[in-house]
Each structure stands twice: as structure tokens, then as C-alpha cells.
Design a protein around this ligand. Sequence first.
Ligand SMILES: Cc1ncc(COP(=O)(O)O)c(C=O)c1O
Length: 374
Amino acid sequence: MKNELIFKHRINVTQPKLPDYGMYTELLKEVWEKKWLTNDGPLHERFREQVRDMLMVPQAELFTNGHLALEIALKALDLTGEVITTPFTFASTTHAIANAGLKPVFCDVDPITYNIDATKIERLITPDTSAIVAVHVFGTPCDVFTIEAIAKKHNLKVIYDAAHAFGVEINGVGIGNFGDISMFSLHATKVFHSIEGGLLTFKDESLSPILKSLKNFGITSPESVDYVGTNAKMNEFQAAMGLCNLETVRNDIQMRGNVYQAYVEGLKDLVSVQLLPQDTAVKANYAYFPIVLRSHEMRDRLFEVLKGYNVFARKYFYPLCNDFSCYHTSSKETPIAKGISDNILCLPMYADLEIADVKQIAEIISFELGEHLE
Ligand SMILES: Cc1ncc(COP(=O)(O)O)c(C=O)c1O
């Protein structure tokens, strides 16, 4: 340990963005005046329109969180049987598939982007396959064009878990325009949030009524319930937070970009560290800063040693979903994903992280990996 590099304050992997307090309470006055707390209130509707415009998508529906939004998306598309997906994701993706009564079939990932390897999808398709659920991991877009071609050829639906990808664009096209439905998480830890929250974007307007119904107990009219729905409605307090954070999200992403570049500068010459590539066709949102180390032991040691410096990184995503005991599957089937999951560490990343702190974290890592350049 190098004592002079120990932080006096704790640096967490993320820190939620809080808007101006006065701006938030000003919006809450409207809630008190109208006494409308949930069920498609006026703030909910205002937020829905503004977020739809921001993401440049034709249709958007809001939900209480991203997980239930994803479950509802899968149910609304009336899928059956098997769904091809990635094991390198948060538990939510796989659980949503299982909770929708579907069987997750795990496909290995790309060693550079950590996203589902589109070239390995076709070999997993069987007569029971009905969809592909791909994840834009860490905000890096999947190979959307290859996935679209495979889906077209085999008549499969495509659902993107875009939980990490708020604000990402490919060649100027909002990421929420790809596939049949995309899900964005608006959880407090994300680039953009509404405390808890979820958003589905889609092109087919005819999906709106079923999505609205499924999040409200399957109710379709005052005297009819046509689906086995759930309760996944976004309330006015969440919508107010979302409206406030929308005001600053572009600036927040720019600040994250500065943090990102400072990390790249500090780490790019280390031979033990693999960084995500930056693609000029992609407008990134700098949601996470993952590094992949050369071995599992090196990752675990760095994770522990960083704590001593008051830096709290995260083993994200580890373990893999196909190693969860509830799925009775094995990561032996997905060796690339296994290697990444075993060796990955997400470093602290948020808009307000000081550039000097980023440089210090990079210096600690260089020192601890024995790659310190004097
Ligand atoms: C990849 C992924 N999918 C789904 C979710 C679930 O989103 P939420 O927390 O909004 O329910 C998350 C949340 O952290 C996630 O990281």
C-alpha cells in the first residue's frame, strides 16, 4: 500500500444524482394541489412525453421499475418456449425471462464488447425458440444489425435490455429504436433515474393498450380484466424526479465522459488491464467503467486492496446468471463469458466524481499491479 494515495473519504462505485431540491419540491406542489399521486397522473404524462422525445423513439410507457417493465414486455409479446439470452447480465434479465414462463437459453458473449455474440445465436435456435433477449451491457450497443437479420430469418422477436443504455445512439439513431421492445432502467444508480423506474420503448403503437393494462392488474375497462396483470405503475413522485433529472442529463453524460477519458488516460498503458473499446459510430453514455484483469486472482486481490484505499469497486457481473443455483445450468457452456466475469471489476463512475480522484484511483491501480511508471 502507498499511504499517500489512501482517500480520506469513501469512494463508492456509484453515487445517485440528486436534482436541485427547490426544483423537485416545486413540482411536488402540483401533486398536493391536484391530489393525484399515481395512475397516469399529469407529471407521469409530462415525463412520458419528454423522455420519449429525449430518446428519439416513437412510443414509450413508464413503469415502477425496469425489472417489471421487462417482464411485462415479454408477456405482451406473447412469447412461448425458449428465449436466447446472455449470461453476462444482472439477475433481473434472466429472472424476467423465467418469471414470464420462458426458458432462458444462454449464448456466449463477445470477448471485446461483453455483449451476446451474435455469431453464436443461430446454432442455439430450435423449433421452440420464440425470441432473443439481448443486453446492451454497460451501455455498449449489441450487434443490432446482425441480431435483426437473424430474427427476421427465423421469425423471432427481439427484446433489448437497455437498462444501462439511456441516451446511447448508433449513428444518430436512439438505441431504443432497435428490436421489438427496449427496456431502460431508471433506477437511482443509473445514468438517468426517477428514484426507481422503468421505461419501455417500441415502434408498434398497437402494443400500448396491453402494456398499459398489464401494469395495472390486467384491467382493460372499468368492468373488464382481460390479462393476468400485475401492479407496475410509476407514481407522481418518481415522475417528478425523472422530470428534474431530465433537465441535467445531457450535462451529466458530458461530465461522465470527462471521468471516462481521465480513466482511459490513466490506465491505457497498463498491460494487465483490458478496457472497453470506444466506437466512433456510437454516442456513449459512460454508464460504467469496467476493467478486465489478466486473472481471477489478480481481480480479487485488486478488489480487496482497493478497499484499503477507501475505493469500493464492484465485481459486476459476477457470478454469471448461468451459475445461479436456481437455473441448474453451467457457465462451462459459455467460456468467454466465464473468463470475463471471473476477471472483471467496475471502477467508481458517476458524474460528480472528481477528475483528481480518478487520476488517484488510476495511480493506485498502476502501483498495485506493479506497473507504476515513475
Ligand atoms: C442489466 C439490467 N437489467 C435489468 C435491471 C433491472 O432494473 P431495475 O433495477 O430498474 O428494476 C438492471 C438493474 O440494475 C440491470 O442492470
